[in-house]
Design a protein around this ligand. Structure first.
Ligand code: HEM
Length: 395
């Protein structure tokens, strides 16, 4: 446990998994996220990521089932189509010399953006794309200028929800769920699933309704929370496989442990922050109300006490018997957080990463480009400072 000062605020850094479990799981009701500034909410969406208290609990209850693997499976053909189209372009480029150099970090960002847009908006893809493009521009503007940004046209997102609702209503009858199984011909997307879930009558008088505006905010949150994180996972996994080509062969058989090892070494979200809502005991220490706590995911994932002498090495085999057994403490691996606020998009991110890497491995072998410079750097998330140029060859 360390105490660090950021400006005038003291932060406790907690890297012991037993204490992390107390904060995020066992005593989570005593800790909460900080209130984000209005500008942050506007950019990230005032959805799950930024909500607190009863409103967060209500949204989480409505949205969690949507990310169930059965719902996400239906999106695989659409994801594969995005990927297929993008990879065709590589094949065309390499027809003369048999190889092609791609800067994968930009490339994966575009791919993930396309897939998240399709997964969220489905048949309203074009309208959704326009909204997400505005959001992407807003993120860039906000990083450049530290003042309030308002982009005209942004409110159009509510119109998209309304027209999506209408077009889905028109299809009703064709799209019944049978025994909980979604029929293939039904265009299913996160927006449609959210509209359906929000339309369910509230279970109790205390339940707050999830409004159209709330749904818009959640869509913005998915885009913000899902785009860079998932594309960073894909980038680091591709870089690691380029550095260790012997694992490319094995990855064609079993990708799960390779993705886990990539998430351990290069967790896209490097830390989790909480604030004590009240005075609380933690591992024999008295933590006063208002104390800021940092859980340094990146440092925990590299701790040799937890991960043995080869903690810095790429060794997917450590996950051979599952994530809970990979380290000395079952809570030492937490790329998606832990407890009730753990990442809601985990299944979507892993499904997308498995599909994308598997489709690349089916067609190509790859290595680092001669000008690749290894420089992991944190700008909110963990990303390659000088990009990730890789050379791909047809199998
Ligand atoms: C590799 C990809 C991803 C990583 C590493 C990641 C990581 C995380 C982490 C560490 C948290 C917990 C934050 C905390 O406890 O303070 C989180 C929360 C969240 N993530 Fe992800 N995420 C990923 C992909 C996604 C995707 C694809 C989506 C949505 C489509 C998403 C949506 C969210 C949301 C909405 C939350 C807030 C959940 C809540 O507070 O109830 N994430 N993510």
């Amino acid at each position: 446990m360390f105490l660090v000062w950021f400006g005038s605020t003291a932060h406790l850094i907690i890297s012991d998994p037993a204490l992390i479990k107390e904060i995020l799981v066992l005593k989570s009701e005593f800790f909460e996220k900080d209130e984000p500034p209005l500008l942050v909410k506007r950019i990230e969406g005032n959805g799950l990521l930024n909500l607190k208290g009863q409103k967060w609990a209500q949204h989480r209850k409505v949205i969690q089932p949507i990310f169930h693997t059965e719902n996400l499976k239906v999106m695989i053909p659409m994801m594969a189509k995005s990927m297929e189209e993008a990879l065709m372009k590589w094949s065309e480029k390499m027809s003369n010399i048999g190889k092609v150099e791609i800067e994968v970090s930009d490339w994966f960002q575009n791919l993930v953006e396309d897939v998240i847009t399709r997964a969220t908006f489905g048949s309203s893809y074009e309208a959704g794309r326009a909204i997400f493009q505005l959001q992407a521009e807003q993120i860039v503007h906000a990083a450049e200028a530290y003042h309030k940004v308002y982009i005209p046209g942004y409110r159009n997102s509510e119109i998209v929800v309304e027209s999506h609702r209408r077009s889905k209503d028109e299809e009703e009858g064709k799209c019944e769920l049978s025994g909980g199984v979604v029929r293939e011909e039904c265009p299913r997307d996160l927006l449609e699933l959210m509209i359906k879930a929000a339309d369910e009558p509230p279970q109790s008088k205390e339940s707050l309704a999830v409004t159209e505006n709330d749904i818009v905010e959640e869509c913005k949150t998915f885009f913000f929370a899902g785009k860079q994180t998932t594309s960073n996972l894909l980038t680091w996994t591709a870089v690691l496989l380029a550095m260790h080509p012997q694992w490319q062969e094995q990855a064609r058989e079993e990708l799960g442990m390779i993705l886990n090892e990539s998430l351990r070494l290069y967790p896209p979200a490097v830390a989790i922050i909480r604030q004590a809502k009240t005075n609380v005991q933690l591992g024999g220490l008295h933590i006063p109300r208002g104390t800021e706590l940092i859980i340094p995911i990146l440092a925990v994932h590299h701790d040799p006490v937890l991960w043995h002498h080869d903690a810095q090495e790429f060794n997917p085999a450590r996950f051979a018997t599952g994530a809970a057994q990979a380290a000395k403490h079952p809570m030492a691996f937490m790329p998606f957080g832990l407890g009730s606020r753990r990442c809601i998009g985990q299944n979507l991110a892993v499904q997308q990463a498995k599909l994308a890497i598997a489709m690349i491995l089916q067609r190509f072998s790859f290595e680092l480009a001669p000008d690749y410079a290894h420089a992991p750097s944190v700008v909110m998330l963990l990303h390659p400072q000088h990009g990730a140029p890789l050379v791909f060859r047809k199998l």
